[in-house]
Design a protein around this ligand. Structure first.
Ligand SMILES: [Zn+2]
Length: 234
């Protein structure tokens, strides 16, 4: 019996532009008083009009080129419905049909990993869970809401947890070299969601285990151990 891990990675990277993705609020949200960098646009108030951040669009394309991608000749944003208090307008502006860049590749451990796409979207706010006078409360901070986020989607060409970690290190190195983000996983400016399943070949038959997706892993060693755990489980 031959078992092959099939691992893909979605990587979210917060760009370090001065302003947010669709408004002129400061994109700084670390060590800032809650809800001080907000406006009608990033709070999703009625009548507010989003205007795309030119630098963020250019940086997304720059990153795509560094990942060997091809820019789409035309591109646009779409609404993705999203029912949660940390994004008050009820949808995320993102790209689905025509992302800024497509079809790239990078080499990790001597093996080619294809990049499906890199697209531009906006981050959500932050939920803060506290206990006050014995009561559980959830507070929302909208400073991060609308911060430019690039999502890099790989094809499932990664075959081990170690290779996934090396892929992330390579992506991080490219991003830091371009100077477009801190790409700090521990701080949350780079976040990662692995998809994992197994290809099992037995005699002349091939089986696939159900695909699992692990959300919002917050460290490099966390990515590695989460993938190893899931591979063993499957
Ligand atoms: Zn704003």
């Amino acid at each position: 019996m031959k078992i092959t891990p099939i691992i893909g990675l979605e990587v979210h990277v917060e760009l370090k532009t001065k302003s947010k993705m669709f408004c002129s609020c400061s994109a700084e949200h670390f060590h800032v008083d809650p809800n001080t960098h907000t406006c009608p646009t990033c709070l999703g108030l009625p009548g507010a009009l989003p205007v795309p951040n030119k630098t963020a669009c250019e940086w997304c394309i720059k990153l795509g080129l560094a990942l060997g991608c091809t820019p789409n000749e035309s591109s646009f944003f779409e609404r993705k419905n999203y029912f949660y208090p940390d994004l008050a307008k009820g949808y995320q502006l993102t790209q689905y049909e025509k992302p800024f860049v497509i079809n790239g590749k990078i080499t990790v451990d001597g093996q080619e990993i294809r990049i499906n796409r890199a697209h531009m979207e906006e981050d959500t706010g932050k939920s803060v869970h506290i206990i006050q006078n014995g009561e559980e409360l959830t507070l929302i901070d909208y400073n991060r809401c609308g911060v430019p986020l690039v999502e890099i989607v790989s094809e499932p060409d990664i075959t081990s947890a170690q290779m996934a970690k090396n892929y992330l290190l390579k992506i991080q190195q490219i991003i830091r070299y371009l100077g477009i983000s801190d790409a700090d996983i521990e701080k949350g400016s780079m976040r990662c969601e692995p998809t994992i399943n197994l290809k099992i070949e037995d005699n002349n038959q091939t089986f696939y285990t159900p695909l699992a997706e692990i959300k919002n892993v917050a460290s490099l060693t966390g990515v590695q151990s989460a993938i190893d755990f899931e591979l063993n489980r499957q």
